[in-house]
Design a protein around this ligand. Structure first.
Ligand code: PEP
Ligand code: CO
Length: 463
């Protein structure tokens, strides 16, 4: 999001079918007639009011930035860059503080530096940030001690507290979602372009994090980078490229009224962009080919991700290519696979082979989190660090064997010292989970585990 000139002209183009309705030339409201899974039971008049208000608010991102990200993702799909996408499972309103946002951002930047330096590869940095406030849930209700209430669907929809008032769906929360996304993005932009993310500050990003093996390893790496920079400075090199960081936002496009209200026609190209984030993705639970989510995303120009679980067939994957990337635009379509450590080596090759044989050039990204969620004996929703690493390893193995490109990593992480994922150098045990388990949804890598992962993935990237 540094001040770069937009790349253009746009090449994704509008979908060929179906015929446009009068007043909706891009078919942006077609989804309303289709099956939309995991939508909250909004109160219709309250929702209509909020949609009208959102429609006139400024865009959170610009079409030119979206186009630039698409070109970056195309580089990654071709093996000339690597994508790092990370952040909370679900952002919370309370978590949108300066300290919380900065810690998450620094963790992602530290992972990115580790990958860039370790594997000598440009890293495309994308936050699951500034919009990731809603969650699909396996059940619409939650029962505690005989009391059943609507499930918590993310701060964009209702509140986590277990009371009927808190759990009531409230369309007004979409306004807060917009404003906190704007505030988050504003801080990210300030941080990444205002000098704090200057590569010559690479040490300071580690400040404030507890001492650990991974942090010590990071310090050593930062010293090497400093030495390299001093050497280049002595040679008279120009450091403009080190001063700012390009950082993009992304979230699951789950709440369709919100995404629709933030879909705008770009004045340069006359084409629709979802300006709620640079990249949006459709989740494993809402990716029905003929359903509402895929329909709306097929009509916007943004890079689109599709989560693919272990039951995905190669024909389904090909159908997504046809529907979401009919013109085979480089960087347009990302498949985010989340198979599980035990299944990736069997489930992934068939998909990659068939998609590659079709001539499509999608970007393959590994989400090693969502296929490895377990319940610990003490009852916490958790993941084993070793399973997460093993899935990433399997992802690299499959792509290396096929001669295709392992293009990126998608992780749930936080900058804090939480205890949500078992293992890592800190050897978090089941008994430790209760010490600092803060996620309201899925367990996240803590700062140290995130850095550990970056060092391991940098080795995998080197091959
Ligand atoms: C998520 O990314 O938080 C998520 C719900 O993932 P998936 O759709 O892959 O289950
Ligand atoms: Co999650």
């Amino acid at each position: 999001m540094s001040a770069q000139a937009p790349v253009g002209p746009d090449t994704v183009g509008p979908p060929a079918d179906p015929p446009a309705a009068a007043g909706d030339p891009h078919g942006l409201d077609r989804w309303r007639e289709l099956t939309a899974r995991h939508q909250p039971a909004w109160e219709p008049s309250a929702l209509a009011e909020v949609e009208a208000a959102l429609r006139v608010l400024p865009p959170l991102v610009f079409a030119g930035e979206v186009d630039l990200l698409r070109s970056r993702l195309a580089e990654a799909a071709a093996g000339r860059a690597f994508v790092l996408q990370g952040g909370d499972c679900a952002e919370t309103f309370a978590g949108a503080t300066a300290d919380g946002i900065r810690a998450r951002l620094r963790t992602i930047l530290q992972m990115a530096v580790t990958l860039t330096y370790g594997a000598a590869t440009p890293v495309v940095k994308i936050g699951r940030m500034a919009g990731q406030f809603a969650k699909p849930r396996s059940s619409g209700v939650e029962t505690r001690e005989g009391v059943t209430l609507p499930a918590y669907l993310g701060d964009a929809v209702n509140d986590y507290a277990f009371t009927p008032e808190a759990r009531t769906v409230d369309a007004g929360r979409l306004m807060t979602t917009y404003h906190l996304s704007a505030a988050t993005l504003n801080l990210i932009r300030a941080f990444t372009t205002g000098g704090d993310a200057d590569l010559r500050q690479v040490h300071t990003w580690n400040r404030g994090f507890a001492a650990s093996t991974a942090n010590a390893r990071y310090e050593a790496l930062a010293r090497e980078i400093d030495r390299a920079i001093s050497f280049m400075a002595a040679c008279g090199a120009d450091f403009d490229a080190l001063r700012t960081v390009e950082f993009y936002s992304s979230h699951e496009a789950l709440l369709l009224p919100y995404e629709r209200a933030l879909t705008r026609i770009d004045s340069r190209t006359g084409l629709p962009y979802d300006v709620s984030a640079h990249m949006v993705w459709v989740g494993e639970r809402t990716r029905g080919l003929d359903d509402a989510h895929v329909d709306l995303l097929s009509r916007v120009q943004n890079p689109i991700g599709v989560k693919l679980g272990p039951t995905t067939t190669a024909d389904e994957a090909l159908a997504y290519v046809e529907k979401l990337d009919p013109l085979r635009t480089p960087g347009r379509l990302t498949f985010i696979t989340r198979m599980g450590a035990g299944r990736i080596r069997d489930a992934l090759p068939g998909l990659v082979e068939k998609v590659t044989a079709s001539g499509a050039s999608v970007l393959w990204v590994c989400d090693p989190m969502h296929g490895n969620t377990i319940s610990s004996p003490s009852g916490y929703k958790t993941r084993r660090f070793d399973d997460v690493i093993d899935e990433a390893r399997g992802f690299f193995e499959v792509h290396r064997a096929l001669g295709t490109v392992p293009g990126g990593l998608h992780v749930e992480l936080t900058g804090d010292d939480v205890t949500e994922i078992l293992g890592g150098h800190g050897k978090i045990l089941d008994a430790d989970l209760s010490t600092r388990y803060e996620s309201l949804c899925d367990p996240r890598l803590n700062h140290q585990q995130a850095l550990e992962m970056a060092f391991l993935v940098a080795e995998m990237l080197q091959g």
